[in-house]
Design a protein around this ligand. Structure first.
Ligand SMILES: [Zn+2]
Ligand SMILES: [Zn+2]
Length: 190
């Protein structure tokens, strides 16, 4: 029975004999020290929260776009991980590969989150071959059809997404990625 009344001090970690059922510190000194520590942690947590909030409040349109692009590109990589590179056809499975835009985000920002304008692409084609666009076009036609390729090639717009629209899209693509990950897990477990 005596053993039941022993516990580790919440502060100094030495084992002590409890005098009261809910006693968690070996001494008054340790109890005070622990309370101070909790207070410090709480302040720290509040500061971290505030810091996060501040960062959020000072985010620019460009910052939001950056987050959207990350979410979208991640989605494309999950979508295309079992397809070959859109330009050279090499297998992408288990490799680090890029989400390569057919019309680049730099020159065609209005197509930055067009799902037919972006496909899994090996690092060699995307970075060393600058997109390997002639081969990209050939395989893109097979993948989405000439009509859709021409739509992308001819589509012009200077429409700008608002911050709430960008946030909505970011949320959407994060969710889509999660769905694809869950689906893959299901297949792998079968
Ligand atoms: Zn103690
Ligand atoms: Zn390639």
């Amino acid at each position: 029975m005596a053993k039941l009344n022993k516990r580790k001090c919440i502060h100094c970690k030495t084992v002590f004999q409890k005098q009261q059922p809910l006693q968690s510190a070996c001494s008054y000194k340790c109890a005070i020290a622990h309370a101070k520590e909790l207070e410090e942690k709480k302040k720290q947590r509040e500061w971290m929260k505030r810091k996060k909030q501040l960062r959020f409040e000072t985010m620019t349109h460009k910052d939001y776009l950056k987050l959207l692009q990350i979410a979208f590109n991640t989605f494309i990589r999950h979508r295309d991980e079992r397809k070959g590179c859109v330009s050279c056809g090499t297998s992408l499975l288990g490799k680090k590969f890029d989400a390569g835009h057919y019309r680049s985000v730099g020159s065609s920002p209005h197509l930055r989150v067009d799902e037919n304008n972006c496909h899994g692409q090996c690092v060699h084609c995307n970075r060393d071959q600058h997109g390997n666009l002639i081969e990209y076009r050939k395989r893109l036609i097979k993948r989405i059809g000439i009509q859709e390729v021409e739509r992308i090639e001819n589509y012009q717009s200077d429409l700008k997404l608002s911050i709430p629209e960008i946030q909505e899209l970011t949320k959407h693509y994060r969710k889509e990625s999660k769905l694809l990950i869950d689906k893959r897990k299901l297949i792998e477990n079968e």
